[in-house]
Design a protein around this ligand. Structure first.
Ligand code: 5GP
Length: 132
């Protein structure tokens, strides 16, 4: 059975997409730690990120870098933090989170409750920066 993230890539489940190419897809985390919290995934369904091929994980990181730079321009922060957990969804993903402090990377923090309009606005801001 396809993972929830494969179903997002296929358009069966809606997402707030920020970027896509042949291999990778980036979209807003639905339970964000901060405005701009984005997930980067390979379209190929692999659970554990370190099971990706060398070329694929390298290309995923380059793709994530482009997204992270756009997030930082859209949501000024000290740095964009990167984390890999994968304990909830068995489809490899990188979390990108704008950080104002180390505490912003604590996944036990309460998540932001955002409206669809806010998610759309956030995704558009990041997309606009990627397009620059
Ligand atoms: P992890 O597997 O890294 O522990 O956590 C999975 C992340 O995916 C969580 O931060 C969760 O909010 C996010 N997530 C789970 N299901 C969905 C979904 O259907 N849509 C989106 N946009 N994010 C999801």
């Amino acid at each position: 059975m396809a993972t929830i993230f494969s179903r997002i890539v296929a358009g069966e489940i809606p997402s707030y997409k920020v970027a896509e190419d042949e291999q990778f897809y980036a979209f807003l985390d639905i339970n964000p730690l901060a405005k701009g919290h984005t997930l980067v995934i390979p379209k190929r369904e692999v659970d554990y990120i370190f099971d990706l091929d060398d070329e694929e994980i390298a290309a995923m990181q380059v793709f994530a870098k482009k997204v992270a730079c756009a997030i930082k321009r859209a949501f000024p922060c000290i740095k964009v933090g990167q984390a890999v957990l994968g304990l909830e969804v068995p489809h490899a993903h990188i979390h990108l989170v704008p950080m104002q402090s180390e505490r912003d990377m604590l996944f036990t923090n309460p998540k932001l409750q955002l409206t669809p309009e806010e998610f759309t606005e956030i995704a558009n801001k990041i997309k606009n920066e990627i397009a620059k």
